[in-house]
Every structure is written in structure tokens, then in C-alpha cells.
Write a protein that binds this ligand. Structure first.
Ligand code: PLP
Length: 358
């Protein structure tokens, strides 16, 4: 039996995708072998990675002057790759500190250049997106960095900073493909796969081509976006099976009406849970209303013992991984693309029952 898995990542995948992968596991089409056993230079595999990229380009409307890279090292390696590749003139970068992952990213960037924290919500334990003022931006910054959706705190940017000619870089690990995004607003978008794209082990990078080629001489070859782009993610062996899984997820997204279809579903799904939280006498949301994430919903009862009791009871009832991140406590329901609306409706029913009994 499958449970309703509210994990923040690695996270739920569409059942249809898992079943298709199962069907093709030991023999992919007419190849006579598993995708895991294929040379990454084979015709069959070239078709798989080519298809994955083509589908993603179509789904997201990625302009032709951007490269799509399937890498490794997780979103966390991008915290270093971004500064290593984009510090090129002033050696300065602007960061908005909206959560732990943004904070980790800026710490990494400080190793390589000058970091200006334009705005921070750290003193409020990142319960909202800090307001930012263009007057604070560094006019000659080499790039401007944000984390678009803050997985741990359940907040997201609803409008992106207008950075003019300064390339905007966004960590979209926990919100990619959840709603429409205008790729042309960004210099770089990146995401670890294990939230909304597929299994852990693949990192997706979308980079505007004019930002390639600035890595300094001493930057390791494997960390140079230009080398990775020129070799179409095959400078070395890419995470072949993970990329195949992404391809299946992209096919599933097409079957759901693309981004428009998913966004509509995600808004309905999130509304079910937030409406309940707003009317509950026991549970309450912890993120500022105007910054609420569509993907990660954080909430508490106000009593940590009752929180623990709730998580335990929910687990026993088949709603798993609802414990909040250790840095905030309480609960978090991650409701990525693959979480069906029925899962959230069933969770709300369970919460109502818990509330009545407590
Ligand atoms: C999960 C997550 C990360 C870390 O991803 P790894 O792939 O484990 O390095 C970074 N940023 C955000 C927004 C995340 O949700």
C-alpha cells in the first residue's frame, strides 16, 4: 500500500511514472537492456536525454539562448558554482537572505567575492520574504541571488526583484514546474531534482549563454558551466537513470496540461490546506500570508507536545513525513506536483478529526 508522503525531499513521484519505469526497468524499448546499463554515448540514450531536454524546453518555454544542463552535486554545489562562474568584473554580488538555503549560498559566495545582503528575514526566523528596496542593490554587481521558494519555512517570492542588467540567479529547487515562470527574467535557474523533478542525483541548471565562459583558470573543469554546456552535459558520465526519470516526469506533466494544468491544480491543492488552517482553532500557519508557498505548507498547534502527538497519529494513519524541519519545529506538508489533491483533502479530514479530539 502507498502512503500519502508529504516529504520535503526526496519526495513523492507520480505513481504513473513509477509504474512506467517499473515496466521498462529490465528492458528499455527494443534495446534489450535497462537504461541503467546503457552507454551514455549510445543512440538509445542520446534519444532519452535529448527528449528530456526538448520536453523541458517546451514545458517551460525556455528561450533558445539558454542552455539546459543535467548535472550532479545537488543544489548545494550550485551555491559554489554560481560565484565561481559569475564573479567576473566587480567581484560583488547581491543576495536576499530569505532562508537557510539562501544563507548557505551566500556563505559559499563569500569565499570567492564580496557579498552584499540586500535584505534578510533571519531575525524573524525567515517567516516571511524580506522586503527589498532597489536603492540597496549594488549597481555593478556581477549577479543578484535569490531562493525563489523557501522549502523549510514555506515562503515564496511572489514578485522577483527587478535587477536591470544584473543577471538574476534563482534557486528553484522546491518550486520548479509548479507554476508559470518567465525564464527570460533570469540569468541562471537551478534545482536539485528530488523535489519536483525526479529522484535525487540530478541537478538541473538553466543558464543564459552569454554567462558562459567566465570561470577563472583555476576553476575545476567539472565546475565550469561553459565546458558542461559545450559537452551537452556529457563532459563525463551524467546521472543517466535519473535523467531518464526526469523524462518520464516531463511526459507526465504534458499529460496534465503542462505548466498551466499543474499551476491550476497546485493553487487548488494549496487552498484546501490554507483555508483549513485559516479557520482552524487548533492549527495555524507559520508563514506570512502574502508570502505563502504553493509547495511547502508550514503549521503548528502552538504546543510542541501536541505537535509531536499529531505527527505520530498522522503517521499511523498513513500521512507520513509531516514533521517540520529541525530548525523550525512544528509541521510541514510538502505538496509538490505529484501529491494528488485527494491526499490533501484526506489530510485535512484527518486534521479536523484530530482537532475535535484535542
Ligand atoms: C533541498 C534544497 C536545497 C538542497 O538541495 P541538495 O540537492 O540537497 O543540495 C537547496 N535549495 C533549496 C531551495 C532546497 O529546497
Amino acid at each position: 500500500m502507498r502512503v500519502y508522503n508529504f516529504s520535503a525531499g526526496p519526495a513523492v513521484l507520480p505513481l504513473e511514472v513509477l509504474e512506467k519505469a517499473q515496466k521498462e526497468l529490465v528492458g528499455y524499448e527494443n534495446s534489450g537492456m535497462s537504461v541503467m546499463e546503457m552507454s551514455h554515448r549510445s543512440k538509445d540514450y542520446e534519444a532519452i536525454i535529448g527528449d528530456a531536454e526538448a520536453k523541458l524546453r517546451k514545458i517551460m518555454g525556455i528561450p533558445d539562448n539558454y542552455s539546459v544542463l543535467f548535472l550532479q552535486g545537488g543544489a548545494s554545489l550550485q551555491f559554489a558554482m554560481v560565484p565561481l562562474n559569475l564573479f567576473r568584473n566587480s567581484n560583488k554580488a547581491d543576495y536576499i537572505e530569505s532562508g537557510m538555503f539562501a544563507s548557505k549560498a551566500l556563505k559559499e559566495a563569500k569565499k570567492f567575492g564580496e557579498v552584499n545582503i540586500v535584505a534578510s528575514s533571519k531575525s524573524d526566523n525567515y517567516s516571511h520574504i524580506p522586503s527589498f528596496d532597489k536603492a540597496q542593490f549594488t549597481p555593478d554587481a556581477d549577479y543578484f541571488y535569490i531562493c525563489a521558494n523557501n522549502t523549510i519555512y514555506g515562503t515564496k517570492f511572489t514578485t522577483f526583484p527587478d535587477t536591470g542588467d544584473v543577471p538574476l540567479v534563482a534557486d528553484v529547487s522546491s518550486c520548479i514546474l509548479s507554476e508559470k515562470l518567465d525564464v527570460s527574467q533570469f540569468g541562471i535557474l537551478f534545482a536539485g531534482a528530488q523535489k519536483n523533478l525526479g529522484p535525487a542525483g540530478v541537478t538541473l541548471v538553466i543558464i543564459r549563454n552569454d554567462l558562459l565562459g567566465y570561470a577563472k583558470e583555476n576553476v575545476p573543469t567539472m565546475l565550469d558551466y561553459k565546458v558542461l554546456a559545450e559537452n551537452e552535459s556529457m563532459y563525463n558520465t551524467p546521472p543517466t537513470y535519473g535523467i531518464y526519470m526526469l523524462k518520464l516526469v516531463f511526459e507526465w506533466i504534458e499529460s496534465k496540461g503542462g505548466i498551466e494544468g499543474l499551476e491550476k491544480m497546485n493553487r487548488e491543492k494549496a487552498a484546501v490546506l490554507y483555508d483549513f488552517l485559516d479557520n482552524s482553532k487548533l492549527f495555524k500557519g507559520t508563514a506570512a500570508k502574502e508570502d505563502r508557498s504553493l509547495m511547502n505548507v508550514t503549521f503548528v498547534t502552538g504546543d510542541s507536545e501536541l505537535d509531536t502527538k499529531f505527527v505520530k497519529a498522522a503517521t499511523a494513519a498513513g500521512f507520513v513525513n509531516l514533521k517540520g524541519h529541525r530548525s523550525v519545529g512544528g509541521m510541514r506538508a510538502s505538496i509538490y506536483n505529484a501529491m494528488p489533491k485527494e491526499g490533501i483533502e484526506a489530510l485535512v479530514e484527518f486534521m479536523k478529526k484530530f482537532e475535535a479530539e484535542n
